[in-house]
Design a protein around this ligand. Structure first.
Ligand SMILES: Cc1cc2nc3c(=O)[nH]c(=O)nc-3n(C[C@H](O)[C@H](O)[C@H](O)COP(=O)(O)OP(=O)(O)OC[C@H]3O[C@@H](n4cnc5c(N)ncnc54)[C@H](O)[C@@H]3O)c2cc1C
Length: 390
């Protein structure tokens, strides 16, 4: 069909969609609230549908060139001693070689570079004030007052989507809180050399995953249980440090390394569950309509798959409504399944007060054995959803 498409959100979903729409004859414009590519983020596992889309986009070599010195996943105790080693090669083998570690900002940078090579317009530091339906388009008014008309508008603006709240209503009706909070930070390794291991430390109601980026710095992901649904305090770092007060191994100390003002990702683990992903000339993709949370380990994959499928359906159909319906009919069952699985698993992600340590360790050893991993990967739906369809 072709035409102008406003994409709100220059993250993984928005940039993938912009590239795919451009390649299929559309004229996309991306608006991104942040003034530049985001600096805050976290380490991600990249495989499955995300891998497949990246390969079809011709981006795999650029992604494979990004390397971090991680040879092994190491579960450690209160003293930092390993109680389980899982070589990365075992994970890679379970995923038939199609597996890499990436930081979210790496993936966004590679996508943004590709978009810029193609001449796609990305307007940083801009966001939507309102949307109004016209007879054959949508009028977008940006913060600051300027208006512009587009044929279609796509919300790729993440779990707290602005487009979703403008068109579908407040977030709370779609939010499924999983009882956990997540933080991602980047700190010096000062005094805590990790070697070539991603170290995973857990104790009751909280966990810390530390990833070496080089000899001097690391990414840390902190995950803790908390029953307050909407913590939105201004003093996030203070709140985070309070959750790890008295934390074992180096979990408390690493948080002291983080300086106020440095990039810090912080949010609840909240899924977005919606009956419909489109209305009129507006549709949602990625976390905006189907956030899985980190528990699924596949949010970026499904964000890329959603963008890829939507672009193809828009090209295939002369009517945008048919394209939106086909996109949702194909992808939503895959997202629903992953959301259900992740929600079921959320109670076990970090040890609960009732956890029996030796039983948990035994379960982990079985899950991360070569046979266990093959079964686990089959269960979590690690195969690309695009196989055989697109
Ligand atoms: C700690 C953690 C670990 C994870 N690990 C993995 C993993 O291992 N594997 C995996 O596949 N997934 C993982 N995920 C999930 C994955 O990061 C997300 O599913 C993915 O980033 C979703 O992409 P998105 O583009 O839909 O949303 P986002 O990445 O949230 O991007 C949305 C973009 O929209 C912008 N935006 C927001 N509001 C506005 C506005 N009003 N106007 C304009 N722009 C706006 C934002 O600044 C952002 O750039 C993890 C998530 C977390 C939190």
């Amino acid at each position: 069909m072709g035409g102008t498409v406003l994409i709100s959100g220059g993250g993984i979903a928005g940039l993938t969609l912009a590239i795919e729409l451009h390649n299929n004859g559309f004229d996309p414009v991306v608006i991104e609230r942040e003034p530049a590519l985001r600096r805050e983020g976290y380490m991600m596992d990249f495989f499955g549908s995300g891998w497949d889309v990246a390969e079809r986009m011709g981006l795999l070599e650029r992604l494979r060139a990004i390397r971090y010195p991680i040879d092994v996943l190491q579960f450690v105790d209160d003293h930092g001693a390993a109680w389980l080693d899982v070589p990365i090669g075992r994970l890679r083998h379970a995923l038939r070689g199609k597996y890499i570690y990436l930081r979210r900002q790496d993936l966004e940078r590679v996508l943004a570079e590709r978009a810029s090579e193609l001449g796609i317009e990305i307007r940083y530091g801009t966001s939507l004030h309102s949307l109004a339906g016209q007879s054959n388009g949508v009028r977008a008014t940006f913060v600051g007052g300027r208006s512009e008309d587009f044929d279609l508008v796509i919300g790729a603006d993440g779990v707290h989507s602005r487009v979703r709240s403008l068109v579908f209503g407040p977030e709370k009706q779609f939010a499924r809180f999983l009882g956990l909070y997540v933080a991602g930070l980047h700190v010096p390794q000062d005094g805590y050399p990790l070697g070539h291991a991603c170290k995973l430390f857990e104790e009751t109601d909280r966990a810390a995953f530390l990833y070496p980026l080089d000899d001097k710095t690391m990414d840390a992901t902190y995950i803790f249980r908390h029953d307050q649904r909407n913590y939105a305090g201004a003093r996030t770092l203070t709140f985070l440090r309070a959750q790890y007060r008295g934390g074992g191994w180096i979990s408390e100390n690493v948080l002291r390394q983080h300086q106020p003002g440095e990039p810090l990702y912080f949010d609840s683990a909240t899924q977005i569950v919606m009956p419909e992903w489109h209305r009129g000339r507006v549709a949602l993709i990625g976390d905006a309509c189907g956030c899985l949370t980190l528990l699924a380990g596949q949010g970026s994959h499904m964000a890329m798959a959603g963008a890829y499928v939507l672009a193809r359906e828009l090209k295939r159909h002369s009517d945008h409504a048919d394209a939106f319906r086909a996109y949702q009919a194909f992808l939503k069952p895959h997202v629903d399944k992953r959301q259900r699985d992740a929600a079921r698993f959320s109670g076990y992600f970090v040890p609960s007060p009732g956890s029996i340590r030796w039983l948990r360790h035994l379960t982990m050893r079985l899950l991360f054995s070569a046979a266990g991993l093959r079964t686990l990967m089959g269960f979590v739906g690690s195969r690309s959803v695009l196989t055989g369809h697109y």
